[in-house]
Design a protein around this ligand. Structure first.
Ligand code: 5GP
Length: 239
């Protein structure tokens, strides 16, 4: 049963449940970009991200990736295990787009082989700065072996996600992951995987099909996310 509100973020609300080890994530219709400076509400977005994330996490479970996800409860809510989130944004990049093009002057679409993994400190006041491993140990208290595990998992998840999206006719350009500790100390993938947290380009046309349509005002966010969900559903059914 849904209990009291534990936390409200930019894209989700988090509720207690009867079970102290489980939480309900409720996906909101709000879209934010540029650290909350650009904000708009899109009816139906919460449903789409809930259903897309649920589908992606289920696919990752089939590949034996451990996550906080338990099940979708309804159109906009999902049940997850409570984790102690590590305040790191782990970004994996297969091709150049977004902040790396501005930060390092790399042309958009440049292929990264091997993929580039970057760590950002999850802190709105500081604008989520790029950090190195030693910063991460210092700022988050994480141990060396935990960070090594996070990096290995992120690269493995990149392989699985690239495959999942490729089957849906989408190229995975980059994405952001978050990890958290379960009460027994195990580190698992947490948060969400959706077009809010991934860059996805149409495999044939290169059209942007993710939150960049909102950031760059180049299309309808809900139409785009609806197409992602449809394609994922069709590709899973076609398997
Ligand atoms: P960039 O560093 O280029 O802004 O983002 C790289 C990737 O991580 C993109 O797919 C972007 O959507 C995702 N990402 C980075 N930071 C955040 C964040 O704070 N929130 C969300 N939802 N996604 C992020």
């Amino acid at each position: 049963m849904k209990g009291s509100l534990l936390y409200e973020g930019k894209a989700k609300r988090v509720y207690h449940t009867d079970d102290p080890e489980q939480l309900i994530l409720s996906y909101k219709d709000d879209a934010t970009a540029f650290n909350g400076k650009k904000k708009e509400s899109f009816p139906g977005k919460g449903r789409l991200n809930n259903l897309i994330t649920s589908k992606v996490f289920q696919s990752l479970h089939q590949q034996h990736i451990k996550t906080h996800f338990i099940q979708a409860l309804n159109e906009t809510e999902q049940l997850v295990y409570k984790t102690d989130i590590v305040p790191l944004e782990v970004v994996v990049r297969n091709k150049a787009a977004g902040s790396i093009t501005r930060r390092l002057g790399i042309t958009e679409q440049t292929l990264f082989q091997p993929p580039i993994l970057e760590l950002f400190y999850k802190n709105d006041e500081l604008n989520d700065p790029l950090i190195n491993d030693v910063h991460a140990y210092h700022l988050t208290g994480i141990r060396e072996q935990d960070l090594l595990f996070i990096k290995e998992q992120a690269l493995l998840i990149n392989e699985h996600l690239s495959h999942i999206f490729q089957k849906a006719g989408l190229e995975l350009i980059d994405f952001k992951l978050e990890f958290g500790f379960l009460p027994d100390g195990r580190l698992v993938l947490s948060d969400e995987i959706s077009p809010d947290t991934c860059r996805l380009w149409d495999l044939e046309t290169g059209t942007k099909m993710d939150k960049d349509v909102f950031r760059e005002e180049i299309g309808s966010l809900t139409d785009t996310y609806e197409r992602i969900l449809q394609r994922l559903e069709e590709s899973v059914c076609a398997k």
